[in-house]
Design a protein around this ligand. Structure first.
Ligand SMILES: [Zn+2]
Length: 493
């Protein structure tokens, strides 16, 4: 560990945990008091070739060259070359957790929680194309923010980068170009929700019209392969009858074909880069039955698709930002079947999407999967940021909360949530000291959650400035919140 005194530049505070000695080169992150600007500092003998990839201000310091670099894209790229642990990696079947960071300031707080909960592989960079649009950021900016956050925190144990809910090969290309390693393929637009309760003759017609060439199969071939077989998944046997097979194929056949297309494309464009795939069908209208899960994975395996995790839509409601709504016994039975299929036909992890704040689910999920699980969270980090703002800048929080009331009716579209603004605490009756608790109130929390894009578009710079000024409050709040998320997933070794 470097000596803090050696890292202290006049008028700045060093992030001591970031310091790395690499041969005759010393690198660390430093923060200017006057405006909270962060810069990368590199100290090396004059003419050191290590300085070549970086751009910044050069000066003489203790008879060596000091280079102070802005935390921009070029310097992030140079840093990833120099320090391999800043390059996104893959984690295979390790228990893992994804952290969306919509403001680009949360990774150091996330890293603290990961450090306190050993054995959980972190995916610090994680954003979908839709989130990038709503937050006005690029995939590269998301990855660079995670890079700087990981460097600041001194986290050397690796992290993944998830291009979330990729719907097209063009979406995938954006993430590949930015250096992502984890690709969440979402064929949800190809799921036929109407098949869920369609009549049998209609199902047959739908199955006959599937893209059989893409599926390298035929209706007769499908029936020959899957009808009349008993699939032993350890805790029970599963078997299709004519109708359940037709329903599964009608509902998911096109989605399977699209997942195959996406997988082949990812394999081609990633070539020798490490990469891994998740399949998600969580954003569909109806739960994924065990037989439908079985149909999907036997078809994908037949077509040589490989994946590390799969997100079915489970029974009950996984609403944004709040605990599970539904019957936990029913969920336990549902998870048990999905986990048994995942063990038998993989193994691969079950992925919990909209996984934040589901505190009643985590012990169940760990118990049933034996840790073969990926926890995906996103918006809860922004809620934690808003809570940190409620603690430190009440006036700004009041503007955010007023915006949530204004925008809720529009922004809630595309979300399955049950918030009612009439039940949320009303702004004019709240004292400043009451504001942090507002973020924990069910209705207010979901209103703040679904209006994140509006908040960033209208008040993003103000939020970022407040969080930079009160950085320690923000990081501490994140660490505490994610300790609650991660600790149930830590298993005795
Ligand atoms: Zn999802």
């Amino acid at each position: 560990m470097a000596n803090p005194a050696a890292l202290t530049i006049h008028g700045e505070t060093p992030y001591v945990a970031s310091a790395v000695e690499n041969g005759d080169l010393l690198l660390w992150l430093t923060r200017r008091h006057i405006d909270a600007t962060k810069r990368l500092a590199l100290l090396a003998p004059a003419g050191s070739p290590h300085l070549a990839g970086f751009t910044g201000e050069t000066s003489e310091y203790a008879s060596r060259t000091l280079l102070l670099c802005p935390v921009d894209a070029g310097n992030a790229a140079a840093l990833r070359v120099l320090l391999p642990w800043l390059q996104p990696q893959t984690f295979g079947l390790r228990t893992s957790a994804g952290f969306g960071d919509r403001l680009g300031l949360a990774t150091p707080g996330h890293a603290r929680a990961v450090r306190a909960n050993p054995g959980i592989a972190p995916i610090f960079a994680q954003q979908s194309i839709r989130e990038n649009v709503r937050t006005n950021r690029t995939a590269q900016q998301v990855l660079d923010a995670a890079t700087w956050g990981v460097f600041e925190a001194g986290w050397h144990n690796g992290f993944g980068a998830d291009g979330d809910h990729l719907k097209t090969t063009v979406d995938a290309d954006v993430m590949v170009a930015a250096g992502y390693t984890f690709f969440t393929v979402d064929p949800g637009e190809y799921v036929n929700d109407a098949a869920h309760d369609a009549r049998y003759p209609d199902l047959i017609a739908t199955v006959d019209a599937l893209p059989w060439t893409d599926l390298d199969s035929s209706p007769a071939d499908l029936r020959a392969r899957l009808l009349g077989r008993r699939f032993d998944i350890g805790i029970m046997d599963l078997a299709f009858d004519d109708e359940s097979l037709a329903r599964a194929a009608a509902k998911y056949g096109r989605a399977v074909a699209h997942a195959v297309r996406m997988h082949r494309h990812l394999a081609a464009v990633n070539r020798n880069r490490p990469w891994e795939m998740e399949l998600s069908v969580d954003e569909t209208e109806t739960p994924t039955s065990h037989l439908e899960h079985l149909y999907i994975v036997t078809e994908l395996r037949r077509l040589d698709v490989r994946w590390v995790s799969l997100a079915p839509r489970y029974v009950g409601r996984f609403e944004k930002g709040v605990d599970y709504i539904g019957n936990l016994d029913a969920l336990r039975a549902d998870l048990a079947g999905h986990a048994a299929i995942a063990r038998t036909f993989g193994p691969y992890k079950l992925s919990l999407h909209s996984g934040s704040d589901k505190f009643s689910v985590y012990p169940l999920a760990v118990d049933i999967t034996g840790g073969m699980v990926h926890l995906k969270t996103a918006g809860t980090s922004m809620l934690t940021a808003q809570q940190a703002i409620a603690m430190t800048d009440p006036a700004l929080f009041r503007r955010l909360y007023a915006l949530a009331f204004d925008r809720f009716a529009v922004d809630r579209a595309s979300y399955h949530i049950s918030a009612d603004p009439a039940r949320a605490p009303q702004l004019d009756r709240l004292a400043d000291a009451d504001l942090p608790a507002v973020v924990d109130q069910f209705d207010a929390r979901q209103m703040l959650h679904v209006t994140f894009g509006s908040a960033i578009m209208r008040l993003g710079p103000e939020m970022q400035a407040a969080l930079r000024t009160h950085e320690e409050t923000h990081y501490t709040a994140l660490e505490k919140h994610f300790n609650r998320h991660l600790s149930p997933f830590v298993r005795p070794r």
